[in-house]
Design a protein around this ligand. Structure first.
Ligand code: C2G
Length: 129
């Protein structure tokens, strides 16, 4: 059984999120998703997410391609999470290319091309205007 692990905020879920989760799931038998906590999101992006972490966890876990979710509380805990969930593959969008290569000693690290022209920020902006 091949376990794939991916991480993200997945705020205001859109097609770019769905596409990376589907492609990550297709690499193995079980997809585990680390959903960034509200506090981590504020630290990463300087603003809170639209949907609270409990809502984002529920939404992501309801997707057919996702088998398990957990709260990602720190970017520094990647290695621990990979070990805890016995990940064979770490899959991320290519906006993170190279950033997780250090984990290739314990799993395969795969970067997928981001889906162009869609982002949570763009969706928020579109609703606003
Ligand atoms: N994504 C994508 N195409 C988009 C938008 C996002 O493929 N148009 C991917 C990102 O590359 C990422 C995933 O969807 O792999 C989740 O995106 P975000 O919610 O923006 O995640 P981020 O805040 O970058 O968190 O530890 C790593 C971080 O927690 C990643």
């Amino acid at each position: 059984m091949t376990t794939v692990l991916t991480f993200g905020t997945f705020d205001v879920l859109h097609l770019g999120h769905l596409r990376i989760l589907e492609r990550a799931a297709a690499l193995g038998d079980r997809l585990v998703v680390g959903v960034s906590s509200d506090a981590l999101n504020i630290a990463k992006k300087g603003r809170g997410p639209v949907f609270a972490q409990e809502e984002r966890l529920r939404i992501v876990s309801a997707l057919r391609c996702v088998n398990e979710v957990f709260l990602e509380e720190s970017l520094e805990l990647k290695r621990e999470y990979l070990v805890r969930y016995a990940a064979d593959i770490l899959a991320m969008g290519d906006d993170w290319r190279g950033r997780f290569d250090e984990f290739s000693d314990i799993c395969r690290v795969v970067y997928f091309e981001r889906t162009p022209a869609i982002s949570t920020t763009a969706v928020i902006e579109k609703i606003r205007t």
